[in-house]
Design a binder for this molecule. Structure first.
Ligand code: BGC
Length: 352
């Protein structure tokens, strides 16, 4: 073989192998699952449940956690695309920051399911699977209304509000759902937000971080409740923020302990419920969501009609994303055994 021919063949082989390496040679049974962080218990559970359920259904799974770092999540998703995943399931860190990588998925014809959190401003998101986020907020708001018996009591009662990360579209729904029920009582004067802080940006908690929620509540307590004013209720959108509020109260408040709402039934918060330091937590059984997503993945790959039950609510800025909404419920001291232990979600020992 001549030297020229040899170099030509070498070049062709190199280019071909590069193309195979970089191109999205799809493996029809491989699913990429991108989770935001291992820091919160719920995402570990979501990831584990999803992996188990997908593997049991015969899929190969590439499960990645991104330490709440958007750039890391983007590169993990790029790798999933390049390694030929047939479907992507993405729980975003910041729903507005995945536009470019979503466009790459679309170009490679890879369907994307937004998991729990909606991916914004992208027409590459094929489906959205979540718990009904507005209903989560409504259940929290109604819990405060019922526990304070606002229908029958004259009040006034005091309230402080804490919600989640501004980059998480869910936080708007949680807070909006609760405030749609609580606002009329605030307008009427039966509920008084002593700090005056009710607008979303002010009550938001960057990264849903416990320490951020704690320091904001410490400031509120020292500025507005140090004179002995009683705090009757704290609307907290989830457990990591409820924990911050409970920590602030433990160190800085001596009045009657307030109602505190939460979400996720994280072990630390369920323990707080048992100790009387948190009143309730929304229970979103991650097994239910994982199973629903496995069903959707299977339907997509079999070319079947994909199960959705909402085609109106979740406009991501590009279009209204067809969604499947699971139903949330709440756990408190009265029903936690049945919901969390009898169902096998936790063992009694885990809550000791
Ligand atoms: C989820 C909540 C969770 C929060 C913080 C939200 O998007 O829906 O369940 O508590 O993120 O991770």
């Amino acid at each position: 073989m001549s030297k020229k021919l040899f170099s030509l063949l070498l070049c062709i082989t190199l280019v071909a192998s590069l193309l195979v390496g970089c191109g999205s040679k799809k493996q029809e049974n491989k699913v990429g699952v991108a989770m935001p962080t291992k820091d919160l218990q719920r995402w570990n559970q979501d990831g584990d449940n999803m992996k188990k359920a997908l593997e049991a259904a015969g899929f190969e799974v590439d499960l990645q956690y991104a330490s709440n770092d958007v750039a890391t999540q983007v590169s993990q998703i790029e790798n999933m695309i390049n390694s030929g995943c047939a479907v992507l399931v993405v729980a975003s860190i910041d729903g507005g920051s995945l536009g470019d990588v979503m466009a790459k998925a679309k170009e490679a014809e890879i369907p994307v399911i937004a998991y729990d959190r909606l991916i914004m401003n992208s027409d590459a998101v094929s489906y959205y699977a979540t718990f009904d986020n507005y209903m989560v907020g409504q259940i929290q708001g109604q819990y405060i209304i019922d526990t304070l018996d606002l229908e029958n009591q004259a009040g006034p009662f005091t309230l402080e509000c804490t919600t989640g990360d501004p980059g998480d579209n869910n936080a708007n729904f949680f807070y909006g759902g609760a405030m749609d029920l609580l606002q009329p009582y605030i307008d009427e004067g039966k509920l008084v937000v002593t700090s005056g802080q009710t607008d979303f940006a002010t009550v938001a908690t960057a990264n849903w971080d416990t320490a951020n929620a704690q320091s904001r509540m410490e400031n509120i307590l020292s500025s507005y409740y140090a004179d002995g004013t009683n705090l009757d209720a704290c609307l907290c959108s989830n457990d990591s923020t409820a924990l911050g509020v409970a920590n602030a109260l433990a160190a800085n408040y001596t009045g009657t302990y307030p109602i505190i709402t939460g979400q996720d039934c994280d072990i630390a918060s369920v323990k707080n419920i048992l100790d009387g330091k948190q009143s309730m937590s929304i229970f979103k059984d991650t097994r239910t969501l994982a199973n629903q997503v496995v069903k959707m993945v299977t339907q997509i790959l079999n070319g079947e009609t994909v199960d959705v039950n909402d085609t109106e609510t979740y406009d991501n800025g590009a279009y209204v994303v067809p969604s499947f909404l699971c139903e949330p419920v709440y756990a408190d001291i009265n029903n936690y055994k049945e919901l969390l232990i009898d169902s096998g979600y936790y063992t009694e020992d885990q809550l000791k």
